[in-house]
Ligand binder design. Structure first.
Ligand code: CA
Length: 362
């Protein structure tokens, strides 16, 4: 537009769009990113959270910021997603922070720790309790900035070939279990192994492992574990509300215009909410079908839970004594959790426990 015409338009009150257009074009560059997921496409809830995120980013930018989502193994294996972000092989990944406890156990707090938060509580800690800031201070060492992007809700304790009647039954058991929980169970004699989601069924079928935990009914049904290990235990005390994250390479993050940074955060919120909603909506029907198909529901014996609780606290104290990052975040998480349960025991628990009994009577 020629300057003379522009001035004319301004006086006519039509300037806003004419003036704004070039500015918008500058702050909305065309950008293409690659997101590597730690999960296979078959798990539509958890892999789907990456797609929900990418669609939200595209919708909010008129497709100018395009994030292409790759399944586990297409670029790097699922458990190497964070490394690919640290090195800049990809701009970002959708993953579970606790997959990387081998680098530093502090990673566990991003997802879940044994006897930690439920889903509502980790949201409260992350978004308003200083959690995002504490975790990002830690992730910076790995060239990563991270935002919450999904949750499964409280998980099941997993699939066992044999019943757990006492602590002795855990001794020597080979179990696929993610994150920091394996180290708690190791104190009780379990041989813990970390396998990506897509590899668990084959290991359980071959007998390479005796038990496996993944998530809960909706995913577990698809993975078919009930066919090879019928006892389905609960609760997954190591994952009361495990959170997924978008890990982003810090250099790539800093290159984004401010509005795109805001969009990435908002789109991560969308993924955080939708993933939880999909699990909550899908779990009841899947649980019915699993039980009809032969799964046998069992709760962990109280003595087993108590021993695991004690072992977890021992492990926290041992780890905190030699790892200042772990201690700092552990102290924040546990203080916040204890305050949450002070509240939870009143209205939340009161309401849920009444409704569970009322439903059973009708
Ligand atoms: Ca799990």
């Amino acid at each position: 537009m020629k300057r003379r015409h522009f001035l004319k338009a301004a006086t006519a009150g039509l300037a806003a769009s004419a003036v704004a257009a070039p500015a918008i074009a500058q702050s909305n560059p065309e950008i293409r990113w690659r997101l590597t997921s730690s999960f296979p496409k078959s798990l539509d809830t958890i892999f789907g959270a990456g797609e929900v995120f990418a669609k939200a980013v595209a919708d909010m930018t008129d497709n100018r910021f395009h994030v292409q989502v790759f399944a586990s193994g297409e670029i790097v294996p699922g458990l190497q997603a964070a490394d690919a972000v640290t090195s800049g092989t990809v701009e970002m990944c959708h993953t579970a922070s606790y997959y990387y406890v081998g680098k530093d156990p502090t990673f566990a707090f991003g997802t879940a720790v044994p006897f930690g938060f439920n889903q509502r509580m980790i949201d409260a800690w992350m978004f308003t309790g200083g959690g995002i800031e504490l975790m990002n201070e830690f992730y910076k060492k790995y060239n990563i900035v991270a935002f919450p992007a999904g949750n499964t809700g409280a998980q099941m304790g997993g699939w066992f070939r044999k019943e757990i009647k006492s602590l002795d039954d855990l001794k020597g058991m080979k179990m696929r279990i993610g994150g920091f929980a394996g180290r708690v169970l190791a104190k009780l004699g379990v041989v813990a192994q970390q396998l990506a989601g897509g590899d668990i069924y084959a290991a359980l079928e071959k007998g390479t492992i005796d038990a496996a935990e993944w998530v809960g009914p909706y995913d577990d049904e698809k993975l078919g574990f009930h066919k090879v290990a019928p006892f389905y235990y609960y609760p997954g005390w190591w994952e009361g509300g495990p959170m997924l994250h978008n890990f982003i390479n810090i250099g790539k993050w800093n290159e984004l215009p401010k509005n795109y940074q805001a969009i990435v955060q908002s789109a991560s919120h969308v993924a955080n909410t939708i993933m939880m909603a999909r699990y909550d909506a899908g779990n009841p029907g899947a649980l019915r079908r699993l039980v009809a198909g032969g799964a046998q529901l069992r709760s962990f014996p109280q003595a087993t839970m108590d021993a695991c609780y004690t072992a977890a606290n021992e492990l926290y104290n041992e780890t905190a004594a030699k790892n200042p990052d772990f201690k700092k975040i552990h102290d924040s998480v546990m203080a916040f959790r204890n305050e949450q349960y002070l509240w939870w025991q009143v209205a939340e628990y009161g309401y849920d426990s009444f409704m569970i009994r009322a439903r059973a009577r009708t």
